[in-house]
Design a binder for this molecule. Sequence first.
Ligand code: TMP
Length: 202
Amino acid sequence: MIDASAGTDASAGRRGRFITFEGPDGSGKSTQLRLLAERLRQEGVDVLETAEPGGTAVGQQIRRVLLDGKNQEISPVTELLLMFAARAQNTDQWIVPALRKGAVVLSDRWTDSTLAYQGAGRGLGSEVVLEVDRIACRGLVPDMTIYVDIDVDAGLARAKARAAYLKIVADEPERVKCVDGNRMPELVAADVYAAVRPLLSL
Ligand code: TMP
């Protein structure tokens, strides 16, 4: 059952914490999310793990359209709106209810991905992305974002995304914490845990 208050300010009545993981493809962010979720659960924290695009059943169907190799002709704006369609569903169905009951929500990607891949990568610009974010996520902004940085070859689409991510890290140092992903996962995980501890009062 979807919260009847869907459509209003998604940050209202929020008691939990919302942490997102970002990084270029192959950065190991999904592994880091899983490791953090395990550690938090060991400490008795109520954790919801989710991912974008695809954190809900509806989102999974949207993800299939987005990642289907047959859909090469998909336009940048179509791609943008589908990313946010999946995210709006996740916001209403899982994330807002979990935050209202006090859970820690960990999401594998969020709007910084759209800024990096559609805003920078596909040239839509950040204003357009943030405009749709206001409609789809309605004020739901991560309390903290872990950006897992890795070296990528220049010239690849991944390099464009990385440059956009590094700009977000520089612009929002309070929210976005950069960890060096070019290391053993256990070492990266220690940095991730150190970053979230103060936020979660652990
Ligand atoms: P994943 O491999 O982390 O599940 O992400 C799937 C792909 O979707 C990845 O190449 C990044 C891309 N993506 C976007 O282009 N824009 C977005 O807003 C999101 C969430 C993902």
